[in-house]
Design a protein around this ligand. Structure first.
Ligand SMILES: Nc1nc2c(ncn2[C@@H]2O[C@H](COP(=O)(O)OP(=O)(O)OP(=O)(O)O)[C@@H](O)[C@H]2O)c(=O)[nH]1
Ligand SMILES: [Mg+2]
Length: 429
């Protein structure tokens, strides 16, 4: 493995290196629409969408992307015309020239991208948030509190304090919030309990607003590399699958890297998401070196001109120093190909973890320099309050919230929608 890296060590400041690497086998797969039916071998019946990243072959001694070289064409020839007359002899409509079709495809892609962007822009909206988060401990305790028409007094503040602590908002954030409310109450700024609740809502939103910075894919980075990290079972692979769907729907070309090489099932899980979304997955199988998978994938994605590469990693406890150090290695290896990669170290945090999430983030941030967060499992029984604790303590952007298991349940983090879903409807709206 060591020798693999030594041999394949890229020369960092040579942009042409990737072009040189765009060799026969890469060119064979260089068309983003390689899944178009006409690319299937005539009569083979093999669905072209099964095309996988060529670099997936494990243990290739020279580290070069694997195997289609022998059959690949020399140059990126456009897909052949479909044998239209054979299929539809009664419709002798001449196929438009290739240029026209290319333009049409480009226009369709642009239209679909625009529509997707619109849809994505709508995604942070409130629909679904309350439905999913209404059952959380946080929502229930605050909802119960205000359903009783409480009096505006110190007891109310004590109850709010208890509700926030119980919901894992954490001592520091809770104290800050409650003391601020107490001062304002003493200054007679609230006419009644409802006014206090309205102020609480605004304070909660204000706490989250600074971290509500959506993940922007820098078009200048090709590919834009997202490295996902986090402890076991928090939802990393699922989040990658959801992101793959989101980016695919936006019309972006992307690739996934199966960097969780601990379990064969982990690779299969990512491949299943890839298949579902027609996104190629680079894998080397179980027990491969995670850094070498990442390296391989970045080479492939770069050669194909992919816009986004998302790398999975094995879950690890933040207390396992050796495994935490491995994340640093993955980052360094990616940086050999693109000094700016990974462009995003996306830590996935389980919203049900409670205050433990704070120490997890501290450790992962020290080991891998976390640049964005996804808080998952906020639906169901999650307390949700840890989001406030994380925001207050680290100020790291919260990119997405997982509010369910379906692909569309990964939402761009929207502080208002989130807070309003936790508070009684009369207030949040
Ligand atoms: N309810 C709910 N379940 C989720 C959410 N995100 C992930 N899950 C579930 O959490 C479980 C674990 O998800 P994975 O994606 O396998 O987690 P992981 O972090 O990749 O796990 P390891 O690879 O073992 O470290 C799966 O059953 C997912 O369906 C979410 O937002 N809401
Ligand atoms: Mg996983």
């Amino acid at each position: 493995m060591v020798s693999w890296f030594r041999r394949d060590k890229p020369e960092p400041a040579r942009p042409d290196d990737s072009r040189r690497r765009l060799s026969i086998e890469e060119l064979a797969a260089a068309f983003p629409d390689s899944r178009a039916p006409e690319r299937g071998a005539p009569g083979s019946g093999a669905p072209a969408s099964t095309a996988r990243a060529p670099a997936a072959e494990p243990d290739r001694p020279d580290g070069s992307p694997a195997g289609t070289a022998a059959t690949a064409p020399e140059r990126p020839t456009p897909p052949e015309d479909p044998p239209a007359p054979a299929v539809a002899p009664t419709a002798p409509v001449p196929a438009p020239p290739i240029e026209d079709r290319a333009a049409a495809i480009a226009a369709a892609a642009a239209a679909s991208r625009a529509a997707a962007a619109e849809a994505a822009a709508a995604a942070p909206g409130r629909a679904g948030w309350r439905e999913r988060l209404g059952g959380t401990g946080f929502a229930r305790s605050l909802g119960g509190l205000f359903a009783r028409n409480p009096k505006l007094d110190d007891d109310l503040l004590d109850e709010i304090e208890t509700a926030l602590l119980t919901a894992d908002v954490g001592v520091a954030a809770t104290t800050g919030l409650v003391e601020g409310m107490r001062r304002r109450m003493k200054a007679r700024q609230f006419a009644d309990a409802a006014a206090l609740l309205a102020a609480l809502r605004d304070e909660l939103v204000a706490l989250l607003r600074p971290v509500a910075r959506p993940l922007e894919i820098d078009a200048g980075a090709r590919p834009f590399v997202i490295l996902t990290v986090g402890v076991n079972g928090v939802g990393k692979t699922t989040t990658i699958g959801k992101l793959a769907r989101r980016y695919r729907d936006e019309g972006r070309s992307l690739m996934l890297a199966a960097g969780d090489t601990f379990r064969a099932a982990a690779v299969a899980q990512l491949q299943a998401w890839g298949e579902r979304n027609d996104v190629p997955v680079v894998a080397q199988g179980q027990d491969a070196d995670a850094a070498s998978v990442a390296f391989d994938a970045l080479q492939s994605a770069r050669a194909r001109g992919c816009e986004v590469l998302i790398a999975d990693t094995a879950g690890r406890l933040h207390t396992q120093q050796g495994l935490m150090a491995e994340l640093g290695k993955i980052k360094r290896v990616l940086g050999k190909i693109d000094p700016a990669a990974p462009h995003e170290v996306l830590m996935v945090v389980d919203g049900t973890t409670g205050q433990n999430a704070v120490s997890q983030l501290r450790q992962f941030h020290a080991a891998a320099g976390v640049t964005g967060l996804v808080v998952t499992k906020l639906d169901g029984t999650a307390k949700g309050g840890v989001v406030f604790a994380l925001a207050r303590e680290f100020g790291i952007p919260i990119r997405f919230a997982g509010i369910g298991e379906r692909p569309e349940d990964l939402r761009v983090f929207d502080p208002e929608a989130f807070v309003d879903a936790l508070l009684p409807e009369s207030l949040g709206g």
